[in-house]
Design a protein around this ligand. Structure first.
Ligand SMILES: [Zn+2]
Length: 402
């Protein structure tokens, strides 16, 4: 856990402790204001819990926090807001209707208790502010400042309790004031939760637009999932896809391009996570150029051609990973043997149209136009030492089964 996620948990625990102490002291003394402030601390527990989740989520630990949890977080906040509003109403109601001469007991103990709470809150808020500024977390800084303002309300409550003890009965007015503050917090928590729950997923048009962008990229082979979700004010899109790019750097580059394209079109999205993996083919298609004498029909006895663009035939071979079998699927006549220019490039395009994954050749394509064309079409080039097609198939088969 990161340092500031830990501080957010501490904040949650401190607020819980304050809530418990305020409630206990409220019971011991009979102070309505203290009981009201216990509910205030409960609202603080809810908001510091949300800060903790927000920090964890923005740390991109998506695997640990499944999608459902974001909604649970908002639902808990929503239910809590009803409880907070109801409690504020009860306190306010009691403050307005209670007889004006309620007695405060155990004043000395309660005073010591409140001062102790203030000391804990003061020390903690200083620590939280320090960490918040160090790591640059605006939510931690805001939480620390909130704790500081809470010190002020503790002071007002203490003043109300002492005044009531002395016969001025100000506790109920302080309770009313705290009830108003608590009600305001309840409304804020309610609005935030509803806002997030109402547009918890991205609208259909946005998701469809993202799908179109993905489909327009030839490198994207399969879209496994597109998900949208909100967390607090953040809008996330999570995409899972397979790509035909074999090099990790290429895949990374393409996904960054896709990210930019989506963000340009939908500026309301805060973050896009793209998970990619190479496509899992059960069958790979391998092509190899063949030397075939004029008028003869190609077979496995044919020699592998040292040419590419000029080769009269291509053997199309299936490498089946599930059946562990290498076999010739078909022979294709090279339609570009009579073309004057850029034969190699045209043949590369032709093979790409036939979904060829790999070209096996006896010569190196390095530095040649056909080599660049094959690379651009993401067709792998492998050199072979075999002389005939049959020999090459045997070698490939042996390797597949080893
Ligand atoms: Zn507070």
């Amino acid at each position: 856990m990161t340092g500031y996620a830990r501080v957010a948990i501490y904040s949650c625990l401190v607020n819980m402790a304050l809530m418990g102490m305020k409630y206990m002291l409220g019971e011991i003394s009979g102070s309505l204001a203290l009981k009201a402030d216990a509910i205030h601390s409960f609202a603080d527990v809810i908001s510091s819990g949300a800060i903790f989740l927000g920090i964890v989520i923005s740390a991109r630990k998506t695997k640990i926090f499944p999608e459902g949890l974001y909604k649970v977080e908002n639902l808990v906040a929503l239910l809590s807001s009803f409880f907070i509003l109801f409690a504020a109403y009860e306190i306010g109601h009691e403050a307005l209707l209670s007889s004006s001469d309620t007695e405060i007991s155990n004043v000395r103990l309660v005073t010591i208790g409140i001062i102790l709470m203030m000391a804990v809150a003061a020390v903690f808020s200083r620590y939280e502010l320090k960490v918040g500024l160090e790591v640059g977390s605006p939510s931690l800084v805001a939480d620390a400042k909130h704790v500081t303002t809470d010190l002020l309300s503790c002071l007002v409550i203490l003043f109300g309790i002492i005044s009531t003890y002395l016969g001025y009965h100000l506790d109920r007015y302080v309770a009313l004031l705290v009830a108003v503050i608590v009600a305001r917090m309840g409304v804020q928590i309610f609005l935030e939760a509803v806002k997030v729950l109402l547009d918890a997923t991205l609208d259909y048009a946005t998701l469809d637009g993202i799908r179109k962008i993905l489909e327009s990229r030839p490198e994207v082979k399969e879209i496994i999932s597109i998900g949208g979700r909100n967390s607090g004010r953040f809008k996330f899109v999570e995409i899972s896809l397979t790509t035909n790019l074999k090099r990790l750097n290429d895949a990374h580059l393409v996904t960054s391009e896709i990210e930019e394209e989506i963000l340009d079109l939908y500026p309301n999205i805060d973050k896009i996570l793209i998970h990619y993996e190479p496509e899992h083919k059960t069958i790979e298609i391998v092509a190899t150029p063949l030397d075939v004498k004029d008028g003869a029909y190609p077979d496995e006895k044919c020699l592998i051609s040292p040419h590419f663009g000029d080769a009269p035939y291509f053997a199309i071979i299936d490498r089946d990973f599930s059946k562990k079998k290498v076999s010739v699927r078909s022979y294709m006549k090279n339609p570009f043997t009579d073309v004057e220019k850029k034969k190699g490039v045209k043949v590369a395009e032709f093979l790409s149209e036939h979904e060829v994954d790999e070209v096996r050749s006896r010569v190196d394509f390095e530095g040649k136009g056909s080599g660049y064309a094959l690379e651009a079409m993401n067709i792998e080039i492998v050199t072979t030492t075999a002389t005939t097609l049959g020999e090459m198939i045997e070698k490939m088969s042996r390797k597949l089964n080893s």
